[in-house]
Design a protein around this ligand. Structure first.
Ligand code: FES
Length: 161
């Protein structure tokens, strides 16, 4: 197996283990660590590595990982745009937001742009229903979206890249 934590990530991993009663209980934070460490997604190779580190089966790791939308099983863009598609956002125009982004970026929801900058995904309620329609880009919320706001957000993100 060629995948391995860097020395720094290994230290974080060992530190995490001290905070949980057993290795299995540390699975979620270890998945976060692995996703951060291995290029923003959890590959099949990373699943094997985590399973080996924690004494679990690959299926155990995969089952947990696939339950949570914040773990990605494919390489994602630098900016992961998650458009909330639950009721409040849907009523306030989430489908227009998605369609506008798809046209602007030239990809469908679930895809990543060829330059590796943007991925678009649908998300379930992100807890910001009062400011619908909204989306999350990596860790940041963007709310009360309009097409004008979307243009500005995409321009800003491109400048950050
Ligand atoms: S419905 Fe979109 S944030 Fe809750």
């Amino acid at each position: 197996m060629s995948l391995k934590f860097s020395d720094e990530a290994q230290k974080k991993f060992e530190n995490l283990l001290t905070r949980y009663p057993n290795k299995r209980a540390a699975l979620l934070p270890v998945l976060h660590l692995a996703q951060e460490e291995f290029g923003g997604w959890v590959s099949p190779e990373a699943i094997s590595y985590i399973a080996q580190l924690l004494g679990l089966t690959e299926l155990d790791v995969y089952d947990t990982m696939s339950f949570y939308t914040m773990f990605y099983n494919q390489k994602m863009g630098r900016f992961v745009i998650e458009v909330c598609r639950t009721l409040s956002c849907e009523i306030m125009g989430a489908s227009t937001v998605t369609e506008y982004l798809e046209n602007k970026l030239g990809i469908k929801s679930g895809e990543t742009t060829a330059d590796g900058l943007f991925s678009i995904r649908n998300a379930e309620c992100l807890g910001s229903c009062g400011t619908a329609p909204m989306m999350k880009v990596n860790d940041d919320f963007y709310e009360n979206l309009t097409t004008q706001k979307l243009d500005k957000i995409i321009d800003l993100l491109k400048q950050k890249a």
